[in-house]
Design a protein. Structure first.
Length: 218
């Protein structure tokens, strides 16, 4: 079982489902030639996709175009069903750093056929995830700087102010579709700057006041 840890409080949660937002930054939607969504676009990764800091992303043999996407991760601390945006943050236990690894070539093929694209998003090692900081230690989750470097070169550099659908609205929206349980993780989308990585690369992701994450590519 994969776990999400909040070292500052000693809490540890078994990770359930990982709910991800697509196209939640307008510039990222534009760089991929997609329309800016009016409602959250959701997809999931299994808990088996999670790897810890210092581990390695293994690119599947069926892809030749794997992209990085740095994201703010939201850890749910107690069950939430049909909660309002006003009360949604009460269900957040912590924030972390995630990299949503995406097989862009596979995703494009599936989309072109009108098929689901979980195989491009949910493969083993596709969700590098840091430890979490307590939610109370983050004054504003929409005023954080995100960065991702590949081999020391800055690829993504933005702030969470660019989110289209913010954390309270996102938690409320998801909880109205299916119950969020303690240990579930939400990935809130990525800003522009996504690009290809290959075997031998080193990725370093960071979010101010939240943490850092370094993983390798195989």
């Amino acid at each position: 079982m994969k776990t999400a840890r909040i070292p500052a409080t000693g809490q540890e949660f078994t990770i359930g489902k990982i709910v991800c937002l697509g196209r939640n930054y307008a510039e990222h939607a534009r760089e991929l030639g997609n329309e800016t969504p009016t409602a959250p676009i959701l997809f999931m990764k299994p808990a088996t996709a999670v790897i810890d800091d210092g581990a390695a992303v293994r690119i599947p043999s069926y892809s030749d175009n794997c992209h990085h996407e740095v994201e703010l991760a939201v850890l749910i601390g107690r069950d939430a069903r049909c909660v309002s945006p006003e009360e949604a943050l009460e269900y957040v236990a912590g924030y972390g750093v995630a990299i949503d690894m995406t097989l862009r070539d596979v995703q494009d093929q599936m989309k072109a056929k009108g098929l689901p694209w979980e195989i491009a998003k949910g493969f083993d090692t596709s969700c590098p995830l840091s430890d979490f900081v307590p939610a109370a230690s983050v004054t504003d989750p929409h005023n954080l700087s995100l960065r991702l470097l590949v081999n020391g070169e800055v690829r993504q550099d933005a702030t969470t102010a660019g989110m289209i659908h913010r954390v309270p609205q996102t938690v409320a929206h998801i909880s109205g579709i299916f119950t969020l349980e303690a240990g579930d993780v939400i990935l809130t989308g990525t800003p522009s700057g996504v690009s290809r990585v290959k075997a031998g690369d080193v990725m370093e992701a960071s979010i101010t006041d939240v943490g850092r994450l370094k993983v390798f590519v195989q």
